[in-house]
Design a protein around this ligand. Structure first.
Ligand code: RP5
Length: 165
């Protein structure tokens, strides 16, 4: 478990086996200057701890959640049922349908309790989406996000395959 003082994004994984995606998300947020924390809380194996986390996270400064889970992948939906802050779900590969199962579980929330779902294993996009949400009220973060988009486009333009374009 890592904790950063003043975390704005709460990243939670259903198991330590999901940690690689959490680390990718935390690295992107770090690059953008957005403090985050990573917690390991299974919705099934530790439901009371998840409820405590949901209850105290906003009071500690967290504004957006990233919830990462595979298999039945109930973590993002259960967390969303306990907070009105945005929850971004990341389905993990590895189940009988190698992530399609977790994707369908996370994306098919019932009306009234949304979870924004990114691609299978895509912790990077979850972090970028979380940062874009925070940037609605943070112009300097918006500038850093836009600079990142420009750098991404420049890197493609500078690919040797694109010489002369
Ligand atoms: C899910 O079950 C976790 O999110 C993880 O993706 C999967 C397997 O968990 P472990 O059995 O490796 O702890 O709840």
């Amino acid at each position: 478990m890592t904790e950063s003082v003043g975390a704005r994004v709460g990243i939670v994984v259903g198991s330590r086996s999901d940690m690689a995606a959490a680390e990718k998300a935390a690295a992107i947020l770090d690059e953008l200057g957005v403090p985050s924390e990573v917690r390991v809380i299974s919705a099934h194996r530790a439901p009371e701890l998840l409820a405590r986390f949901a209850a105290n996270a906003e009071g500690r400064g967290i504004r957006v959640f990233i919830a990462i889970a595979g298999l039945a992948a109930h973590l993002p939906g259960v967390l969303a049922s306990q907070t009105s802050a945005p929850v971004i779900g990341v389905p993990m590969p590895g189940g009988v349908a190698d992530g399609l199962d977790a994707l369908l579980a996370i994306v098919q929330m019932p009306k009234g309790v949304p979870v924004a779902t990114v691609g299978v294993g895509n912790g990077e996009n979850a972090a970028l989406l979380a940062a874009e949400m925070l940037a609605l009220a943070d112009p300097s973060l918006r500038e850093r996000l836009e600079a990142r988009r420009r750098a991404q486009a420049d890197a493609i333009a500078e690919d040797p395959a694109n010489f002369g374009l």
